[in-house]
Design a protein around this ligand. Sequence first.
Ligand SMILES: [Zn+2]
Length: 322
Amino acid sequence: MAGSGVRALRYWQEAGATDLLVNEGNPDVLPLLRANLAAPIATGAATLASNDANRAFFQCYIDDNYYDIVDVDGFGAPVPWLSTSLWAARLGGLVYLASTDGRTATGHLPEQSLRMYGARARSHPAAHEQGLRLMIGSLQQQAAVKGFGIAPVFSLFRGEVYRVMVRLTKGQKLRDHNYAYLAYCHDCGNYQVLPWHKIGQANCPHDGLPLTLSGPQWVGELHDRAYLGQMHAEAIQRDWSDVADWLTGAIEEAEMPPYFFKLGEIGKRGQMDIPKRDRLIAALRDRGFRASVSHVNREAFKTTADLQTCIAIAKTFGDSVS
Ligand SMILES: [Zn+2]
């Protein structure tokens, strides 16, 4: 999946990587790849290979040669490499996955998601965040089989691309409370996290109606706040203001509930003008709720309050100040 090799080159040139195994399954691309990576190959920092990715991962395992970062950037869903990429990563190392398959992850193909992730993904307003959480959850489950846990470093949805970076750890094992179901009520629009032991009580606490269950998926923190704080400091130092802005939002949302509410839904259900996001977030915090932006959708917000509370607060703003 190395393609033109530009990312491998950046790992070497910008991140100072000293040992790169650059694998590209398509042998036709190798001459170009060899030319583009001539400098790191000459210094011995990069090795080229043209294997099926799974063979490459298992070769690392056979050779006892584990990497700090395994970057898996293919097309579509990352499923063919989701479990095998773990065999090439060292304990404490990072697995970095990409997916461009939004349809499966957002609940449009629930049977397909069952086959791919072992999770039944359903459709709801926060389904793009679920695309990140299904990948993390699936990695987590695969790591658990090997006796390991995972900790997300960061999760990114942009355009139609889902990207997650997780650390393979000995701690933070798969548990009922971090690998669970997201339950959505199509009637009142509220969410709740439903651990496995409560699946038998899958009714909406607001109106008693049956809930739509989506998962299992990762329902823990979306990013490592402390790590993002370091990235933010570096982004400021490098004058990368758009990256710093993104990181500010990600730090805010890192430990918030695994869903968001859309501002448009507040307007629609409350039959009023759409409230300003930052004003609503501030008002929710004033009333003691946790609230943040969502990096997945700029026209949405995260909070520990229920949707009806958000609508009631937005109504106090009045029409003139929407
Ligand atoms: Zn409900």
